[in-house]
Design a protein around this ligand. Structure first.
Ligand SMILES: CC(C)(COP(=O)(O)OP(=O)(O)OC[C@H]1O[C@@H](n2cnc3c(N)ncnc32)[C@H](O)[C@@H]1OP(=O)(O)O)[C@@H](O)C(=O)NCCC(=O)NCCS
Length: 111
């Protein structure tokens, strides 16, 4: 949960998914998800919250990759993925839209 002065303005979540698309099996089994209320957009809160969550994840499950899937049309989400250090694995079509698959590991994120 993302708390701003005592009010919830969004969530960041990890979800383990063991059976899904083949590409996801190759990229990793843990998905990152994020959602902020519109009034909290454009202030770097999502970046700050996701960086904190990924830092926690790297300590809790060392070496395990995190997968992010987002529509390429979702420009703020694509920009966030880039800021966080996710690297493209593949794109595919689903739900009548192009989906972007990225992966993140602590080593790749820190260069
Ligand atoms: C995806 C989502 C979390 C991105 O939120 P966001 O507010 O754009 O991301 P951040 O909190 O990291 O804010 C970054 C923006 O704040 C701006 N910003 C403002 N002050 C800043 C500062 N001091 N430092 C850095 N950036 C700053 C940046 O310029 C950046 O905008 P840009 O990408 O246009 O350059 C948000 O759009 C959302 O919740 N969408 C709905 C849910 C969704 O689509 N989830 C993904 C489904 S897969």
């Amino acid at each position: 949960m993302i708390d701003l002065d005592g009010a919830m303005v969004g969530i960041v979540q990890f979800e383990r998914r063991d059976v899904d698309y083949e590409v996801r099996q190759a990229a990793g089994h843990v998905d990152l998800g994020y959602l902020l209320l519109p009034e909290a957009w454009g202030r770097r809160y999502a970046t700050e919250a996701c960086e904190a969550a990924l830092s926690w994840f790297a300590g809790a499950l060392p070496g395990e990759a995190v997968v992010l899937i987002t529509q390429t049309a979702n420009v703020p989400s694509m920009r966030l993925a880039g800021r966080l250090g996710f690297v493209e694995v593949e794109r595919f079509e689903a739900y009548n839209a192009e989906q972007w698959v990225g992966t993140w590991t602590p080593a790749a994120a820190t260069g």
